[in-house]
Design a protein around this ligand. Structure first.
Ligand code: NAD
Ligand code: UDP
Length: 353
């Protein structure tokens, strides 16, 4: 690529599905700050439009939102006809593992069939640059760590299988129609928040993930953390994961976007730091960052959990020139700033000054 037509297209609007959500909102901010025009499509099933108002406030640029569903073909056709979309970052989807076990059809309908509808509409409209939010969960229980992209996949729950199915769908599409440019990003454990303290992770109900739970304990919304197992084969007996700052993750999307604007074909990369930290290491880092105690009790292992999981991040550096830069201290400081200034998340809040 690189001719005038492509250069003009490179500045065309980026459609961000699920852009009002946790990772999407941080990425929309990074896009705006890098000069990309954006259009967000989100049905707000797990997000608040307030996140985008705050993004606009930080960036000083508009982050327009269309409230709608990726499965709404007529809406997508209309949106694609009205806007000059050059590429898509596809975050929209359901992501709770436990819920996916209880309601698998919702996950296949939303994540798999929904992505199918989106891709069909995009293909018709001639928009063939696409970046997909996949997950390290597609690896299942790793045979060895660190995990490189060629490691065996084997997701162990419907959520993971839905991500894996979309990966297969995208690879088949890129093979069948070589003008598609597709980036599959396997995130490890996104945590943290933008340094402004204005946007962050705002889970509905009881958080499923470790760090939002820890943050809610530190701020006094919950009494103590349950640590899921103290007898894992790890240094301190608690589970080990590769936590990645959401702002690093957002930058990874910018790098992937540049790549799909420059090269056709499909690629798959891990987005992780390459380092693993245990539950207790994260709890203690959060205590240091917040100056608050995080009481915990070791409880039973959670069904389906694995001992340890971290990325081999080399391919992202080779292919995208991207690497994670922020460590766990920053992740905890930024998560605490967000949590302490917005103890109830976006609900009922006016943006803190
Ligand atoms: P999130 O729930 O905050 O964001 C997802 C957004 O998609 C929400 O704003 C929701 O309202 C929207 N949405 C859901 N279904 C939709 C539909 N059918 N049409 C339009 N909008 C819809 O989650 P997140 O943590 O920001 O995750 C973003 C993506 O990254 C998801 O696809 C998730 O599976 C993936 N991912 C997340 C993690 C993580 O730990 N947060 C890890 C790996 C992968
Ligand atoms: N975890 C925990 N208590 C919680 C939530 C999570 O001990 O309330 C542990 C979990 O067993 C795992 C780690 O924290 O070892 C990260 O869990 P999370 O659900 O955030 O991510 P995932 O398991 O999907 O990698």
């Amino acid at each position: 690529m690189g001719d005038g037509r492509q250069a003009a297209q490179a500045r065309a609007t980026v459609l961000v599905t699920g852009g009002a959500g946790y990772i999407g909102s941080h990425t929309v901010l990074a896009l705006l700050q890098a000069g990309w025009p954006v259009l967000v499509l989100d049905n707000l099933c797990n997000a608040s439009a307030e996140s985008l108002r705050r993004v606009e406030r930080i960036a000083g640029r508009p982050a327009p939102l269309v409230v709608g569903d990726i499965r709404d073909e007529a809406l997508l056709d209309d949106l694609l006809a009205r806007h000059q979309i050059g590429s898509v970052l596809h975050f929209a989807g359901l992501k709770a593992v436990g819920e996916s076990v209880a309601r698998p059809l919702d996950y296949y309908a939303n994540n798999v069939a929904g992505t199918g509808v989106l891709l069909r509409c995009l293909g018709r409209a001639g928009v063939r640059r696409f970046v997909f939010s996949s997950s390290a969960t597609v690896y299942g229980d790793p045979e060895t760590v660190p995990l490189h992209e060629e490691a065996r996949t084997g997701p162990t729950n419907p959520y993971g299988r839905s991500k894996w199915m979309v990966e297969m769908m995208l690879e088949d599409l890129a093979a069948a129609e070589p003008d598609w440019a597709v980036g599959i990003l396997r995130y490890f454990n996104p945590v943290g928040a933008h340094e402004s303290g204005l946007i962050g992770e705002d889970p509905a109900g009881i958080p499923n993930n470790l760090m939002p739970f820890v943050a809610q304990v530190a701020v006094g919304r919950r009494e103590h953390l349950g640590v899921f197992g103290g007898d894992w084969p790890t240094a301190d007996g608690t589970g080990v994961r590769d936590y990645i700052h959401v702002v690093d993750l957002a930058r990874g999307h910018l790098a992937a976007l540049e790549r799909v604007h420059a090269h056709a074909g499909a690629f798959t990369v891990n987005l992780g730091t390459g380092k693993g930290f245990s539950v207790l290491e994260m709890v203690h880092a959060f205590e240091r960052a917040s100056g608050r105690p995080v009481p915990y009790r070791v409880v039973e292992r959670r069904a389906g959990d694995i001992a340890e999981c971290w990325a081999d991040p080399r391919r992202a550096l080779e292919l995208l020139g991207w690497r994670a830069e922020l460590g766990i201290e920053r992740m905890c400081e930024d998560a605490w700033r967000w949590q302490s200034r917005n103890p109830d998340g976006y609900r009922g809040a006016t943006a803190p000054g």
